[in-house]
Design a protein. Structure first.
Length: 265
């Protein structure tokens, strides 16, 4: 109720507070590696007028979400953002429960094992473990990867109810019009793989030298879907290894984590 679509095909809520939405958009502009951003950069990333950005950064600074650095004339994230992030992670039981299983699989596969949740058109890592191997993906908690071409994103799509999946795919199509035929084909194959194996693959679709397998965990309490993935160099994780060995082990990991989470509730 009260929902409509904007020009990007995304749902909007007529009762939402626009100024709050814009403030959060400013905070979202800070990605890993973006230590400082100025009003001009924030205006370019959000598409908002610079005077609006100036009011938003002033307010966010007063509230402790941003801090202004005179030396550079730019802003950086401040402690209030950190407090929110730690509160979210502290209340995410899956991190503590899953970590031993993730470490075991990562060392076995000599790869990286991660768990993520949806963040708009991306997947957000909430926990990751990198094996002692010298050649592994170096993404950690807080990193974002696209839904469209990754095994983690495809596994999320497979786990969603059909109406929600269709809406998300339409948003992906609008954002990636030129590449949509390739993206769509990859998602369709993922749906078939998920039905057959219980997991999804990405074989160089996101990054040509990266292979990955992923499977979702749908909590019994109806909370947000979690997705586990195992990611490594293409020359290390061949298709047959992912299908015959690593994928089934990842399914077993999710089963163990789900049972442990169920015991906590």
């Amino acid at each position: 109720m009260g929902k409509e679509q904007n020009g990007n095909g995304e749902e909007t809520d007529r009762q939402s507070i626009r100024s709050l939405e814009r403030g959060l958009e400013v905070l979202r502009c800070f990605k890993p590696g973006d230590r400082y951003l100025g009003n001009q950069e924030l205006a370019a990333r959000t598409g908002l007028p610079k005077p609006t950005i100036s009011r938003l950064t002033h307010t966010l600074t007063k509230l402790g979400y941003l801090s202004y650095t005179e030396k550079f004339g730019k802003y950086h994230l401040d402690s209030a953002v950190l407090a929110l992030g730690y509160s979210f992670l502290a209340n995410l039981d899956v991190r503590g429960v899953a970590r031993p299983y993730m470490e075991e699989l990562a060392e076995y596969a000599q790869a990286s094992v991660a768990v993520g949740v949806q963040d708009r058109l991306n997947m957000l890592y909430v926990e990751a473990y990198r094996s002692s191997a010298t050649v592994t993906l170096t993404l950690g908690a807080g990193s974002q990867i696209p839904i469209a071409t990754t095994s983690m994103g495809r596994a999320l799509l497979c786990a969603l109810p059909e109406p929600a999946r269709a809406r998300l795919m339409e948003q992906i199509r609008i954002r990636n019009e030129a590449e949509w035929p390739r993206i769509s084909a990859g998602i369709e194959q993922a749906l078939k793989d998920y039905e057959h194996f219980g997991f999804c693959l990405s074989l160089g679709d996101w990054k040509k030298d990266v292979h990955a397998v992923a499977t979702p965990l749908v909590p019994a309490d109806g909370s947000r879907i979690l997705v586990f993935s195992c990611v490594g160099a293409a020359f290390q994780l061949r298709r047959h290894m992912l299908e015959d060995d690593i994928g089934p082990r990842l399914l077993n990991l999710v089963t163990n984590v789900k049972e442990a989470l169920d015991r906590l509730t």
